[in-house]
Ligand binder design. Structure first.
Ligand SMILES: *Cc1c(COP(=O)(O)O)cnc(C)c1O
Length: 399
């Protein structure tokens, strides 16, 4: 078995030419400290036992793999399976890395965990993890998002985190990032900035991937046990790319397993209203690392859009950029309409209401299944449940 993928990233945090630490020198020292602490702690048996216990008894892992027979029949071709990350405590995959990050911050003796949130999904998962391990938690959120995402705002308050409304600029995610980062810079030696995907400066893309990789390790074992072979194709949606890396990592060395990441085409690739970073982006730096970016001529991030607010990020995880360039993973898109369609089909044919993010992956699975024979298998990472999206969709479709 080749070691090509197992040793990624290199010491400086590069996956090929992507990743790294595009940050001021004092912060590089702090990131390297986090990396050293992570390497040490994650190799200790006590930390592994603690994490495993929480994965099993708190998150509810392993999440099942479900053979979606009615969706398979509707698509007409390859067998579609779902890795049910929607059944995790808090309803999505994000809890996997939030618990890892909160535990690490605690082991490092940090006094406060900080983050921004857009739609509130990362905020709720992180506030949950901090309540669990007993860490102070502060979440910055734009005022516009606070108005829009009422249930998540309420949850964060109940979970005991400090919610900081951000009133500057467009009062959305980008301003929340700036605000949270300023607070972090007041005392980076004692604060821990918990990044919400496989993005940001080294070591975050690696750490978040490792915490998520439990998804693929389980899936590999479960699939072999029930099907006596590996899935032919893996499919996951890609925002920053954490749920996709979580599923893909355990299969990277399996040359016969095809992998597909699905980006949001929003209102169309020929409109500005999409977030198809790997499909349309160019190389550049954002938020402390190098990756494909949706950017203007001066290198400023472009406004991005998707019906799924968890997918509208103008950068993307550095490992995905590398996997695209070497053609190990294929990246495709699904638009809002295909996403909504898959959302309704999975709900009505299987009784599973998916997150709009995850529905992008389901849409592509159904699209390709019909051209494949019935003895082929597709495993979709169902990254989250759609309770958060139910009212929005009902409104949109005038149900
Ligand atoms: C946040 C989110 C995503 C997108 O994030 P990735 O880092 O790309 O996985 C996907 N699905 C759900 C349910 C989410 O909450």
């Amino acid at each position: 078995m080749s070691k090509q993928f197992l040793e990624m990233p290199d010491e400086k945090g590069y996956f090929g030419e992507y990743g790294g630490q595009i940050i001021p020198p004092p912060l590089i020292d702090i990131m390297n400290e986090i990396n050293d602490a992570y390497e040490k702690v994650s190799n200790s048996q006590a930390f592994k036992d603690e994490l495993y216990d929480l994965q099993k008894n708190y998150i509810g892992r392993p999440s099942p793999i479900y053979h979606a027979k009615r969706i398979t029949e509707k698509a007409g071709g390859a067998q579609i399976y779902l890795k049910r990350e929607d059944l995790n405590h808090t309803g999505a995959h994000k809890i996997n890395h939030c618990i890892g990050e909160a535990l690490l911050a605690k082991h490092m003796g940090k006094t406060k965990v900080l983050a921004e949130t857009g739609a509130g999904q990362h905020g709720v998962a992180l506030a949950t993890a901090c309540a669990l391990v007993g860490m102070d938690c502060e979440i910055h959120m734009g005022e516009i998002d606070i108005e829009k995402e009422h249930p998540n705002v309420t949850k964060m308050k109940i979970l005991g985190c400090k919610l900081v409304p951000v009133s500057r600029g467009t009062r959305t995610l980008k301003d929340a990032v700036d605000s949270a980062f300023e607070e972090y810079l007041k005392d980076p030696a004692n604060y821990f900035y918990a990044i919400g995907s496989v993005v940001g400066p080294h070591p975050f893309p690696k750490m978040v991937r490792d915490f998520q990789s439990v998804v693929g390790r389980e899936a590999r074992e479960q699939f072999l046990e029930t099907n006596d072979k590996l899935p032919d194709t893996l499919i996951a949606c890609v925002g920053g790319g954490s749920n996709a890396m979580g599923l893909f990592t355990a299969f990277l060395e399996d040359e016969d397993v095809q992998m597909i990441g699905v980006e949001p085409a929003g209102k169309g690739l020929d409109t500005p209203d999409n977030a198809a970073t790997l499909t349309l982006g160019t190389k550049g730096a954002i938020h402390g690392f190098e990756c494909y970016n949706l950017q203007d001529e001066e290198g400023n991030p472009l406004p991005v859009y998707s019906i799924a607010s968890g997918l509208d990020y103008p950068g993307v995880g550095p490992q995905h950029c590398y996997l695209k360039d070497i053609e190990r993973v294929e990246y495709v898109t699904a638009d809002d309409k295909e996403c909504l369609n898959a959302f309704m089909e999975l709900s009505q044919l299987e009784g599973i209401i998916p997150a709009l993010e995850s529905a992008h992956a389901v849409a592509h699975a159904m699209r390709i299944a019909k051209d494949l024979p019935a003895d082929k298998t597709i495993l979709v990472n169902l990254s989250g449940r759609g309770d958060k999206d139910a009212d929005f969709v009902a409104d949109k479709l005038a149900l």
